[in-house]
Design a protein around this ligand. Structure first.
Ligand code: SF4
Length: 406
């Protein structure tokens, strides 16, 4: 059974009473495996009511705020690990940007673009199995500099598998959180990676927690997991106490083993997000990579369940324009976390700023393929990744001479 196999729309209504389930969870009930299976088996026609029910929990804990996060890819590609889903893996033929460590000034400058766009958390990410102590010192310097310039902004490091003492070093430098995704279930893990283990990942999440860092750990869905395996992974995150849960929808890059793997539908993505919300009602649920191509026109509907997104681009691929991200949040009646008190005029000014920044991008080599006439190559004008059904490789921001998507 694949994840987009909901019961046929002609079948009898699902036995699941989503409103009642959400009310029980609000009163302290823990989602069971049988209930989780029923959530995933919700028919397409009952999925928007399911979203509404899960949304009551989202509003109970996060109101109408959306947390905006911004990725800075500190070091791209050239990884010796073999994670099948990853464009940066050993042997990847994906023509991604490849570069070694950004200088601290450049990393902080890149972060600043996202902060100006409304990000309240910056995620500093480097490819590789895990950092050396020297790498950790390098990132600690960046964190200190970033915190000095933007003390109000949360910093999350994502450097791979940690060794003893490294989490404490990052914490001492001022990092607030550490990201290390479980990605999938323990039972599926050997099929998606052989160069490190599921337990390695659990150990790193626990090391970060022990050092006092907030844990950010989530999923990649659409890898071929069964509903039972997806639930296994979600319940493992619940047990682990992940404070923020990014849900990535597989971007099947050409040149990786997952090329051509499309197992999700937009409504299946909504059911998965609803499952995570019902299992972990008070945790930050972030719609992460792949939202544009998998949720498509339902991106803003997904904000009824999730309370967090990445602004702009991903590590190796381009997201929809930052202006479009911010428009989407405002159009759906949400406010960016940290800007709750902004007047409508201030919000309009920020949107204008982001739209201007997006249209100021230089055209990619060969010009904008959509022929929209603006020469921007940006999703902000309706062309580019928001309309794309395939990953669009990142050619701007960190590691390039082009302006970022922020
Ligand atoms: S360790 Fe990280 S960067 Fe390396 S292949 Fe796996 S996911 Fe990609």
């Amino acid at each position: 059974m694949t994840l987009n196999t909901a019961a046929a729309d002609t079948a009898a209504p699902a036995a699941l009473d989503a409103d009642q389930l959400a009310a029980r969870i609000a009163a302290g009930h823990r989602l069971t495996e049988a209930e989780a299976l029923a959530v995933l088996a919700t028919p397409d026609f009952a999925t928007l009511p399911l979203v509404g029910a899960a949304g009551t929990l989202r509003r109970k804990h996060f109101g109408n705020t959306v947390k905006v996060n911004y990725l800075v890819n500190l070091k791209s590609g050239l990884c010796p690990e073999d994670c099948t889903y990853c464009s940066q893996r050993l042997g990847s033929k994906a023509e991604i940007l490849k570069y070694t460590w950004l200088k601290p000034d450049e990393a902080v400058a890149q972060a600043g673009y996202g902060i100006a766009g409304g990000a309240s958390r910056v995620c500093m990410v480097a490819s590789g199995k895990g950092p050396t102590d020297r790498d950790v010192d390098r990132v600690a310097t960046m964190v200190e500099q970033l915190k000095e310039e933007h003390p109000q902004v949360e910093v999350c490091a994502c450097l791979g598998i940690l060794k003893d003492g490294q989490a404490a070093r990052l914490k001492d430098a001022g990092a607030d959180a550490y990201n290390h995704n479980l990605n999938t279930s323990e039972s599926l893990y050997p099929e998606i990676c052989t160069s490190h283990s599921y337990q390695d990942r659990v150990d790193t999440v626990q090391q970060a927690q022990s050092a006092g860092l907030s844990s950010c750990s989530g999923l990649i869905v659409g890898l071929g997991e069964t509903p039972e395996q997806l639930i296994e992974a979600v319940f493992a995150l619940r047990e682990l106490g992940s404070e923020s849960i990014p849900v990535n929808f597989l971007m099947p890059f050409d040149g990786t083993p997952m090329e051509g793997t499309w197992l999700l539908t937009p409504l299946a993505c909504l059911r998965i997000l609803a499952l995570v919300r019902l299992a972990c009602p008070d945790k930050e649920l972030r719609i992460a990579g792949g939202r544009e191509m998998h949720l498509r026109s339902l991106q803003s509907t997904a904000l009824e369940v999730a309370n967090s997104i990445f602004l702009g681009d991903y590590l190796t691929s381009e997201g929809q324009g930052a202006a479009k991200d911010l428009d989407m949040i405002a159009d759906a009646g949400f406010v960016v976390l940290g800007q709750e008190a902004s007047s409508p005029a201030e919000v309009a000014r920020r949107l204008q700023h982001a739209a201007h920044a997006a249209s100021a991008h230089e055209a990619p080599a060969g010009g904008c393929a959509s022929g929209c006439g603006t020469g921007c190559g940006s999703a902000a004008t309706g062309c580019g990744p928001s309309a794309a059904r395939e990953p669009v490789l990142r050619r701007r921001g960190a590691g390039t001479q082009q302006g970022p998507n922020a």
